[in-house]
Design a protein around this ligand. Structure first.
Ligand code: LLP
Length: 403
């Protein structure tokens, strides 16, 4: 979002909308593919981060697989044309319908979160005369050092099978005839900005692999370390593409693999986070007793992260892209009748007036996908950077772009 002409151009558009920088998405995907290929790591894009069809089509063309957590995500991935042999399916509460659909489409692996679930999958496998590929999602008891709603690898979290149950699960696989154990799966949390928790995870995996081979004589083909790599929300322009190179190198350094083992990842936020901005118009600057409220036409229904997690996104007045002096303080809020409908307090911005446009940055992940229609509000639309330009990279007239 540096482009002055682009901001001016946005002025004629209906707001709010998600603006997707497709060029940045391509850059991120290229970097991700190159960094992963270096170690022959397999990446499954976590579709929960953004399931916009245009974005999915682009990701598909890079050859990545998909990480799903619902039957409809599996369905969407298959409809878009992702290879079912690269689809993994996690979640603590897979319904029978979701299980059947995924068995029928022969997905790569069910990432199973309980013995109870494995038993149900085995039953469906038996009825359908198929042996179903299953990985164990283990709960490694690792603090991902992130927001408490975004940790998933601690004993108090509902996710994964406790390590203490490993022996019991292995025993169960010996009895069951229609499931095949192909790997281990972990996902310790999201928006993880330090690599320490991943080093800890690698060490845990090494120890678990030791137990599996020495105690049970088992060597599994697949190790899936999940997603979680965080992005820079405070200063997005300084880090538009995450350091995948360093991330994979760290894993490579600490993870001890057995012969022929494949390593998988499920990255979501880091892939699509920085390419998106929520563009909104200022409806009112309202004077409060000791503060000024900047009331936007976007609210928590368009972007719920601040209300749900206290997440902070960088907010910019893009009608004044050249303003250097940020000497006005605003509480930036939405129009929804909820006190939690606030994007941030005490945001320093240039003096702002009704009609100005603001960009709420780093909203490509967990933005559009979490939209709701609470209070019957309209859903924001999406605008793609490559549809605004002609073959020479020149901006085309908005009407011609269907706006
Ligand atoms: N794999 C599994 C099993 C997951 O549950 C998740 C995210 C991922 C991979 C991808 O994680 P990522 O690379 O995107 O961090 N709505 C929240 C984030 C929830 C993440 C849920 N699981 C937010 O807005 O921050």
């Amino acid at each position: 979002m540096h482009n002055k002409d682009l901001y001016r151009y946005f002025t004629s558009m209906k707001t709010p909308f998600y603006y997707y920088d497709i060029h940045l998405l391509h850059e991120s995907l290229t970097r991700l593919r190159d960094s992963a290929d270096k170690y022959d790591y397999q990446v499954h894009y976590a579709i929960k981060a953004n399931a916009n069809n245009r974005i999915l089509e682009i990701i598909r063309d890079y050859g990545f697989g998909v990480d799903c957590v619902s039957g409809n995500e599996v369905k969407r991935a298959i409809e878009i044309g992702f290879d079912p042999k690269k689809i993994v399916f996690a979640g603590v509460g897979k319904s029978d319908d979701e299980i059947c659909y995924s068995i029928d489409h022969s997905i790569f692996s069910f990432n199973c979160e309980s013995i109870e679930e494995i038993n149900v999958i085995n039953e469906w496998g038996r009825k359908k005369k198929k042996v179903v590929a299953v990985s164990l999602r283990l709960n490694p008891d690792i603090d991902a050092v992130t927001h408490k709603y975004l940790t998933t690898g601690l004993p108090e979290n509902k996710f994964g099978i406790p390590l203490q149950f490993l022996g019991k699960v292995i025993h169960q696989f010996k009895i069951l005839t229609h499931v095949k154990l192909i790997g281990l799966h972990f996902h310790i949390g999201s928006q993880i900005r330090e690599l320490g928790p991943y080093v800890e995870l690698c060490e845990k995996v090494n120890a678990i692999q030791g137990t599996l081979s020495h105690k049970y004589g088992i060597n599994l083909e697949h190790i899936n370390l999940g997603g979680g790599l965080g992005i820079n929300y405070e200063n997005p322009d300084s880090e538009l593409i995450p350091d995948y190179g360093n991330f994979f190198e760290t894993i490579h350094k600490h993870l001890k693999l057995r012969k022929g083992q494949k390593v998988h990842f499920e990255l979501g936020r880091s892939v699509v986070g920085q390419m998106g901005s929520l563009i909104s118009r200022v409806l009112y600057i309202k004077k409060g007793l000791n503060k000024e409220f900047m009331i936007l036409d976007a609210g928590m229904t368009d972007l719920i992260r601040p209300a749900l997690y206290g997440a902070q996104h960088k907010i910019q007045n893009i009608s004044k892209p050249e303003a250097q002096i940020m000497n006005y303080k605003y509480d930036v809020v939405g129009p929804v009748c909820e006190s939690s409908d606030s994007f941030d307090d005490n945001v320093m911005l240039p003096i702002t007036k009704r009609g100005d446009l603001v960009a709420i940055r780093s909203t490509g992940a967990y933005g559009e996908i979490m939209v709701s229609q609470y209070t019957l509000r309209d859903k924001p639309h999406a605008v793609y950077s490559d549809e605004l330009t002609d073959g020479q990279g020149q901006l085309v007239f908005p009407q011609a772009a269907g706006m």
